[in-house]
Design a protein around this ligand. Structure first.
Ligand code: 0A1
Ligand code: ZN
Length: 872
């Protein structure tokens, strides 16, 4: 690291802006070699800030070339201002003035994909969180909100489509075959919501009539080759717009809503006002090229970005420490939308699985932070599962504590009070307090304390009195900078069942104390508790269930989520026992209880296939790793494989019956929940059939690969064969798939990911070779995630190879990418940061590579923050 180390900034240092920008006029001359940006800012002193006038300070990236600067038409000379550490400072400015400035940008050289850049020949922008300062000088902080008017000028034949936020107000032709369009956004917004796009784009158009009868034009743009993949996003958008009116009373507020698909994008998508920009992976969908998971992602992300129009844009964040104000709330909103559109229980299972594996791991690692962080070096590193997913759980708990009606009142009040403002998570909670008359001060600890709380539950049955007591103890492990935690206020949803599975009671307990006891009287026999129904709080629940109790819950619980969870608890416990056996070099035995329970599930034809598929999926290696005291990569993998193979053989007939029952060959593809459920059970069954190792099932998989008319079934078959011991068939199918889909970039991402996550021998050599393959492009974040991300995140046996080769490979990538795209580099680094969780040999190797990075000169702030915090 060089002498100048990046510095942290702190929430407690927040000060309101000294200067406001009421109006912003931007003029972009887009050319092949350069882009000139003329900015005209109407600036005035913030009337809310008293004291002596402060110098004007504008953010501006060091790489940006400043060509001209003037105040009220007076050109400033270099001695009139100072540029240092990403800031432009001008002393002695009047109370109100117009600042004009011209900057020169080189979008075609912008590989960081922040600010203005080119993706496959089109110009686009990404300004959240701090990309606008790469476009022009500006107070680039979310509490400075301005009205934007933007003119784009570009070559007419190459860039026929010119877009920005708001509504188009004027357009015309210019000299030398160029043309221009002016856009005006009437809603004041922070700079992070600014966007522009220029390109030769295909368009799918539709319209939506809002609840008050206004007509909104809906436009989804993509490259011409992808025009046939936009319909599903359009349907999802219209569903989301209707849902937000019906469930939250939120109406859209411009005449046009646009989405543009771009192939080069650091994240999933971006909610720029009226002009959302999407990673192609989150908007393009077609049965032939997109899996069911892909369709659901499109529906969820389209809704997420649309919902931001209120939760994020109309009401935005005061500062970036408040990121979860918009993200936690919006993820909660999109999850509820998806639950309403599909199966609520399956959606909940998927979300909780992600939380338990990845967010809990983050909470237990060196980058752990509260939902509202107290400090950061680089905000890009805080677009995390904690801010998004745990943040959504916090909002969900408010919803449970208040109930749906009061929650809706609270949300109405929040939007009404703060429309057009930049506010804090405290303001959000305060609105909920105001409508409910409740004191949520203890609840606010969910925003300020990091780490996953544990709930330890014990019970006592007093037969004589007919009284049942549940004692709940809570604790939370230390996290960086937070040694001791205060107790949380949380909703504990529960049910009490009798031995036969009949529900006796249900409700929500409010837990507040470190230890407290809840008494239920008037019961005839000792009940079995169903605890934390629907995962009512993001905690680790410990209760000493017997296998019989869990199997009873798996069969009878009225809460679908807890039925699934009971089954998972059985599996986790059995697998943990097997891991111990494996470590003690004992022969592994297939537990008869499990075979019996699964057989019953498989034979019960009344069960919903989607739920059945969830119940019959073994806990992932990642979950077992998260739960372990010390991660034994090999034991976890071997035990899971042993169990998969044994269950495959023991229940072969049942798997075949399930496969046949769900055979969807006769149906045409539809991404509705029921069809998705059938396909997921069918492909799970195919996986178990393949795991028997018997030849006929390889044939069945090959047939499915060749005959299916949709990517879900084709890709499932491909992955099964590609990861099997049938290496010749694996190579054949991969080649066939490549020849069939080589021109579909998103399908090639799947092709890369399938190979990167192949656990069979030689994985590292294969990914190394693939990194030289023509479909791979190291500048494209999707390709990096599919190859480097999938190998390091989904191929634990090889990434954690004891010779350290996987670690070395990742570290080399990080150092290379850090120069090119620091945001992506820092994200890919995550698996290495977990070094403390592994055995001595592995953790020493991981640490060595982290140290190697730390010793590198000129690391980006992004990578520096993650590496330095991991090494502590
Ligand atoms: N606000 C977006 C996420 C996002 C954040 C940063 C980005 O670029 C670095 C892009 C997108 C969302 O929640 O969808
Ligand atoms: Zn978001």
């Amino acid at each position: 690291m060089s002498a100048q180390q990046p510095q942290a900034i702190y929430l407690e240092d927040y000060r309101p802006p000294a200067w406001l920008v009421t109006h912003t006029e931007l003029n972009f001359e887009l050319e092949e070699e350069q882009t000139l940006v003329r900015a005209r800012l109407n600036i005035k002193a913030n009337p809310e800030v008293s004291g002596k006038p402060e110098p004007l300070q504008l953010h501006g990236d060091e790489g940006m070339e400043l060509l001209r600067l003037s105040i009220d038409n007076q050109v400033l000379e270099p001695q009139d201002y100072r540029r240092e550490a990403g800031m432009l400072t001008i002393n002695n400015v009047p109370d109100q003035f117009v600042l004009e400035c011209v900057t020169r940008l080189l979008p075609h050289e912008n590989t960081a994909l922040e600010g203005l850049y080119k993706s496959d020949g089109m110009f686009c922008t990404q300004c959240e969180a701090e990309g606008f300062r790469r476009i022009t000088f500006f107070p680039d902080r979310p509490d400075v909100m301005s009205i934007f008017r933007t003119t784009l000028t570009a070559d007419k034949s190459q860039y026929p489509v010119l877009l920005s936020n708001g509504n188009p107000v004027a357009s015309g032709d210019a000299e030398e075959g160029r043309h221009w369009v002016t856009w005006e956004d009437p809603w004041p917004k922070p700079a992070y919501l600014f966007a522009l796009v220029a390109g030769d784009l295909a368009l799918l158009e539709d319209s939506f009539t809002t609840c008050s009868g206004r007509e909104v034009a809906l436009r989804i743009y993509a490259e011409h080759k992808d025009l046939d993949k936009l319909e599903y996003a359009m349907t999802s958008l219209k569903n989301a717009m209707r849902w937000d009116e019906e469930v939250y009373g939120r109406e859209y507020d411009l005449d046009i809503f646009m989405i543009v698909a771009v192939d080069f994008f650091n994240m999933g998508a971006m909610e720029n006002k009226g002009l959302n920009i999407f990673n192609t992976s989150c908007v393009l969908a077609h049965p032939k090229t997109t899996t069911d998971g892909g369709f659901q992602r499109v529906e969820g992300v389209v809704a997420h970005e649309y919902f931001h129009n209120w939760s994020g844009n109309r009401v935005t964040c005061r500062d970036w420490f408040q990121l979860s104000l918009k993200e936690g709330f919006t993820v909660f909103r999109d999850a509820e939308f998806s639950a309403d559109m599909n199966s609520r229980t399956v959606k909940r299972i998927e979300d909780v699985s992600l939380l338990r594996t990845a967010q809990f791991a983050e909470d237990a690692g060196p980058m752990a932070h509260p939902v509202r962080p107290e400090s950061f070096i680089e905000i890009s590193n805080f677009y995390t599962l904690t801010v998004y997913e745990k943040g959504a759980e916090v909002v969900r708990m408010l919803h449970s504590l208040l109930g749906p009606e009061l929650f809706r009142k609270g949300s109405d009040l929040y939007f009404e009070r703060h429309d057009g403002q930049a506010v804090t998570t405290d303001d959000f909670v305060a609105a909920m307090e105001a409508v409910s008359g409740r004191d949520l001060s203890q609840f606010r600890r969910w925003y300020s304390q990091a780490g996953t709380p544990r709930l330890n539950v014990t019970d006592r049955w007093d037969a004589g009195a007919g009284e049942y007591r549940l004692t709940v103890k809570q604790s939370c492990p230390p996290s960086p900078g937070q040694e001791h935690k205060q107790p949380y206020h949380l909703p504990l949803a529960y049910g009490l069942l009798d031995e036969a599975g009949r529900e006796l009671r249900s409700g929500v307990l409010e837990v507040r104390e470190e230890e407290e006891t809840f008494v239920f009287s008037g019961l005839e026999s000792r009940p079995v508790p169903s605890l934390l129904r629907a995962f009512s709080a993001p905690v680790k629940l410990e209760y000493d269930y017997s296998y019989e109790q869990l199997l009873m819950l798996l069969r009878h619980d009225t809460d679908g989520f807890n039925r699934w969870d009971a089954g998972q608890r059985v599996c986790v416990r059995l697998m943990q026992n097997l891991i111990r056996d494996w470590q003690n070099e004992q022969t592994l035995q297939l537990p008869a209880t499990l075979v019996e329970a699964w057989k019953q599930l498989l034979q019960n034809e009344t069960l919903d296939p989607a739920m059945l598929a969830q119940c019959l999926r073994l806990p992932s290696e990642a979950l077992l790793a998260e739960l372990a005291d010390e991660v034994d990569v090999v034991a976890i993998h071997e035990v899971r494989e042993f169990l998969r193979t044994s269950l495959a053989q023991a229940l072969e007939q049942q798997w075949l019956a399930a496969y046949q029952r769900c055979d969807t060959r006769e149906e045409s593809y539809s991404p509705d929940a029921a069809s998705i459920g059938r396909r997921s059970l069918k492909n799970l069954a195919l996986g178990y059939l393949m795991a028997t190792g018997a030849e006929p099932w390889l044939e069945l998989a090959r047939q499915q690969f060749e005959q299916s008319d949709n990517m879900t079934d084709q890709q499932a078959a491909l992955a099964l064969v590609a990861h099997s011991r049938h290496r010749e068939s694996a190579a054949e199918l991969l080649q066939q798939f490549y020849l069939q889909w080589q021109h579909e970039s998103l399908v090639m991402n799947q092709w890369l990911a399938v190979q990167a996550s192949d656990p069979t021998e030689g994985a590292l050599e294969r990914v190394q070779a693939l990194s030289e393959h023509p479909v791979f492009d190291a500048r494209n974040p999707n390709k990096l995630r599919s190859l480097v991300g999938a190998f390091c995140g989904q191929n634990p046996m090889h990434f954690h190879s004891e010779d350290g080769s996987g670690y070395a490979w990742l570290a080399d990538w990080i150092l290379r990418l850090d120069k090119q795209n620091p945001q992506v580099a820092a994200r890919l680094l995550t698996p290495l940061t977990r070094w403390k969780r592994y055995d001595k040999v592995r953790s020493a190797l991981m640490q060595k590579h982290l140290q190697r990075m730390m010793d590198t000169d000129d690391l980006s702030a992004d990578v520096y923050e993650v590496v330095s915090k991991s090494l502590v």
